[in-house]
Design a protein around this ligand. Structure first.
Ligand SMILES: Nc1nc2c(ncn2[C@@H]2O[C@H](COP(=O)(O)OP(=O)(O)OP(=O)(O)O)[C@@H](O)[C@H]2O)c(=O)[nH]1
Ligand SMILES: [Mg+2]
Length: 319
C-alpha cells in the first residue's frame, strides 16, 4: 500500500498526510512545491506501479469551485482510479446531497466514507449522498485516531442512526480483548448481579484493551442515552497499576464484599499498599458506580443477555 498526496490547495494537507503515513508505516508520495496535482502523480507513476493499493488524497471543498471540478476531472482521466471515495462528515446534514451530486457528475463516486460518527450527528447526509450517487457506504469514521475507521456494517449503522448502538462492532472488540472463558464467567456474574472488586479490575483491564470505554458504551443499545459518570468511563494509564497494589493489600473478604471496608480499613489498606487513603476511596467510589451500572445493565435485560450469549458462543462474524 502507498499513499499519494495530491491536495495542493490546503497548505497543511501534505504535512498531515506525511504524518499519517509515518504513523502507519506506509510509503507516501507527494511534492510540497508542485502546484499541479496531475504532475505530482505523473512524476511518481513509475514507482507507484510497484504497489497493490494506492490511496490518493485529493482536495475537496464544501463548495466545489469550477477550478476544482476541472482539476478532479483531469485527475480522474489521468489516474483512472478503481474507486472514487467521497468522504462525508456526519454533521453536514442535507447539504451532502448537492455536494455528492456535484462530485458524482465530476468523477463518478463509487463509495462513500461517513466520518465523525462519534459526534451527535447521525450521518443522514451520508445516506443522501448514497442515494444520489447510488454508491454504498464503505467505511465509517468514529474518532480522530487511525484505528477509528471501521468497515461499514449496515445493521450497526442503522442502529446508531436510531440510537440503538452497534452490537456487532462491540462484539468484535470484545472478542479481541477477553477470552471465551473469561467472557462466560464475567457474563454469568453480570447477569446474577454479583460484582466484586476483582470483577471491576478484570473488566477495566478488558475495557482498556477494547479502547475508550465511552466508545464501548456507545455501542451498547440504550447505553448511549444513559448518563454515566465520567470517572467510570475513564481507564487512566497507571490507574490499574495503583489499583492492583491497593487490591493486593486487601483481604479476600474485603475484595469480595467491598462494602465491609470501613474508614479504619481504608487507612490500613493505604499504608499496606503505599498509596493514599484518597486513592483507596477513589477505587471504592468507582466500584460503587460500576456496580450501579451493572444493575442498570441487568435492567436492560434481553439485549444484554443476548449479547452476552453471543459473546460466549463466539458467534461473531466479520461483514
Ligand atoms: N471526531 C472525529 N474527527 C474526525 C473524524 N474524521 C476526521 N476527523 C478530524 O477532522 C479533521 C479534518 O479531517 P481531514 O481528514 O483533514 O478532512 P478533509 O475532508 O480531508 O478536509 P480538507 O482536506 O480540508 O478538505 C481532522 O482534525 C480529523 O482528525 C471522525 O470520524 N471523528
Ligand atoms: Mg483532505
Amino acid at each position: 500500500v502507498a499513499l499519494v498526496g495530491l491536495d495542493v490547495h490546503r497548505p497543511a494537507a501534505m504535512d498531515q498526510l506525511e504524518q499519517i503515513a509515518k504513523k502507519v508505516k506506509v510509503p507516501v508520495f507527494l511534492d510540497k512545491e508542485e502546484k499541479d496535482p496531475a504532475r505530482i502523480y505523473k512524476d511518481n507513476e513509475p514507482e507507484l506501479k510497484k504497489f497493490d493499493i494506492i490511496i490518493i488524497d485529493t482536495a475537496g471543498r464544501d463548495a466545489l469551485s469550477e477550478d476544482l471540478v476541472q482539476e478532479l476531472k483531469e485527475l480522474n482521466s489521468t489516474i483512472r482510479p478503481v474507486e472514487n471515495l467521497l468522504v462525508i462528515s456526519a454533521d453536514i446534514g442535507q447539504a451532502a446531497e448537492s455536494q455528492a451530486q456535484k462530485f458524482h457528475d465530476t468523477c463518478g463516486v463509487t463509495g462513500v466514507i461517513a466520518t465523525k460518527m462519534d459526534g451527535t450527528a447521525k450521518a443522514g447526509g451520508a445516506l443522501s449522498a448514497c442515494a444520489v450517487t447510488e454508491a454504498p457506504i464503505k467505511f465509517i469514521g468514529t474518532g480522530e485516531n487511525i484505528g477509528d475507521i471501521e468497515p461499514f456494517n449496515p445493521e450497526g449503522f442503522v442502529g446508531r442512526l436510531l440510537g440503538m448502538g452497534d452490537i456487532e462492532a462491540l462484539l468484535e472488540k470484545a472478542k479481541g480483548a477477553i477470552s471465551e472463558e473469561e467472557a462466560e464467567d464475567l457474563s454469568k456474574r453480570f447477569l446474577k448481579g454479583d460484582f466484586t472488586l476483582i470483577d471491576l479490575y478484570n473488566q477495566m483491564l478488558a475495557m482498556k484493551k477494547m479502547g475508550p470505554l465511552n466508545k464501548v458504551m456507545e455501542m451498547i443499545p440504550g447505553m448511549s442515552q444513559m448518563k454515566i459518570p465520567k470517572e467510570v468511563l475513564q481507564v487512566q494509564e497507571g490507574k490499574l497499576e495503583v489499583w492492583r497494589h491497593i487490591m493486593d493489600s486487601m483481604t479476600k473478604e474485603e475484595l469480595e464484599d467491598p462494602e465491609k471496608i470501613s474508614a479504619s480499613r481504608i487507612d490500613r489498606i493505604a499504608k499496606g499498599s503505599g498509596t493514599k487513603p484518597s486513592e483507596v476511596r477513589a477505587l471504592m467510589k468507582q466500584y460503587r458506580q460500576a456496580k450501579k451500572l451493572t444493575k442498570m445493565m441487568k435492567g436492560k435485560g434481553k439485549n444484554m443477555e443476548k449479547m452476552m450469549q453471543k459473546m460466549q458462543k463466539g458467534q461473531i462474524k466479520m461483514k
